[in-house]
Design a binder for this molecule. Structure first.
Ligand SMILES: Nc1ncnc2c1ncn2[C@@H]1O[C@H](COP(=O)(O)OP(=O)(O)O)[C@@H](O)[C@H]1O
Ligand SMILES: [Mg+2]
Length: 388
């Protein structure tokens, strides 16, 4: 079989997610390589489910061999300095070594880096696995250990306890033990798509999102949240925002960054201001309902291009006021379901799980989806009144 692909993005995604010939399960081949130019290329992998080996031949004649490295470099600039610029002198030896040798734990060769609010993600070639690409995440400052530890705990529950996988939740591949108090994370890589865009935030900035993509992603995010809620009782993500949603080939959305996540009993920080629910501005612990609010903000932004509330400059007071008292501008592109997620009172937000409404929309037209949401509302109200 020679599978024709138009981009390396497509090739890597196909490699990692073709159905297994033996068990029919989705194949999760944890290997993605940067291709050499040529007409065809043979890559092999293993089914994550039954272990059946798989060889895939790709027709890569349509790939512009020069374009992708440039995109990669744009998305993953080589790290200019060490990951702990502020506290360099306090660097534990092991981190120092990683940076001077450009290798983490003597295994993962650093290609490029991206910085988040708590951690630094490095795109690395795994020298123990034929240069397969992965992401290794380290804390940004030595004190950011709590978030990373929490994240590992959440990933372990999502990946291992449940034993199920979701196409819309990023996967943990490995944990690197270090001499520090916190191990580092190795997760699957999501490679840059059009214009080098990696996250939903990048897609928004590049103006790449159509209405159809917006609705598809809302259903993907819904699926991801349902998956997490099924495996972790009372699951709260705690930091839902476009920067914490990756975009893989499809385009498919993948939820990640579980540094603020947990079962709701933890008191993490309260998420990014543009997506922060009114109740969180007085420092209440994030809840499922504050995730619903953030989901509403993301929905509004995907459909209109801007979040429901914006401050001209970074002005937390103006933003707090808008979230607590303002009304989002009405826009016919935003369905009632999304607006109701933005209610000020957590109790007034959709009582049924709004994620479920979007879940049933998978693979359907927008009209079909709306009809289903209506049905879902009716079913909910009927059950509620019957119960009463
Ligand atoms: N698996 C991944 N694939 C592609 N890009 C990633 C991946 N993990 C992280 N990134 C990039 O690195 C950034 C920082 O990672 P993140 O886990 O969000 O750190 P933080 O917890 O500090 O926000 C992300 O916003 C994203 O741009
Ligand atoms: Mg992040």
């Amino acid at each position: 079989m020679l599978l024709k692909v138009a981009s390396i993005w497509e090739q890597h995604s196909a490699l990692r997610r073709l159905p297994c010939e033996k068990c029919g399960d989705e194949i999760y081949i944890e290997a993605a390589h940067i291709s050499e130019p040529g007409a065809s290329e043979r890559l092999s992998g293993k089914c994550g489910g039954c272990g059946h080996a798989r060889i895939i031949d790709f027709d890569i004649s349509g790939i512009d061999a020069n374009a992708y490295p440039a995109l990669m470099a744009r998305a993953w600039p080589p790290p200019a300095g060490p990951p702990y610029p502020l506290a360099e002198q306090k660097l534990p030896k092991v981190v120092d070594e990683a940076l001077t040798t450009k290798k983490i734990a003597d295994r993962w060769a650093i290609i490029g880096g991206r910085t988040g609010s708590m951690g630094r993600a490095f795109l690395c070639a795994d020298t123990h696995a034929n240069g397969a690409l992965v992401i290794v995440k380290l804390p940004r400052e030595p004190d950011d250990h709590d978030a990373l530890r929490r994240e590992i705990g959440v990933y372990m529950q999502l990946c291992w306890e449940g034993g199920r996988r979701s196409a819309h939740v990023l996967e943990l591949l490995n944990v690197v033990p270090t001499k520090l108090t916190t191990p580092w994370l190795v997760v699957e890589v999501v490679l840059p798509g059009p214009n080098g865009a990696v996250t939903v935030d990048d897609w928004l900035r590049e103006g790449l999102i159509t209405t159809e993509i917006a609705h598809t992603w809302l259903s993907h995010l819904a699926n991801a949240m349902l998956h997490c809620a099924a495996l972790i009782d009372g699951f709260v993500h705690g930091d839902l925002k476009p920067d914490n949603l990756l975009v893989d080939e499809g385009p498919t959305l993948k939820l990640f960054d579980f540094g603020m996540s947990g079962d709701g009993a933890h008191a993490a920080t309260v998420g990014a201001p543009a997506y922060r629910a009114p109740e969180l501005w007085s420092n209440v612990t994030p809840t499922t309902m504050s995730d619903v609010y953030a989901y509403g903000c993301i929905g509004y932004e995907l459909l209109t291009g801007s979040p429901p509330f914006r401050a001209r400059e970074f002005d937390p007071d103006a933003l707090r006021y808008a979230h607590c008292y303002g009304r989002p501008e009405t826009d016919e592109r935003v369905p009632q379901l999304i607006l109701s997620c933005l209610e000020k009172q957590p109790d007034a937000r959709p009582r049924f799980n709004p994620y479920r409404a979007y879940k049933i929309s998978l693979g359907e037209s927008w009209e079909g989806f709306l009809a289903n949401v209506v049905k879902q509302f009716e079913a909910h109200h009927c059950t509620a009144s019957r119960d009463a």
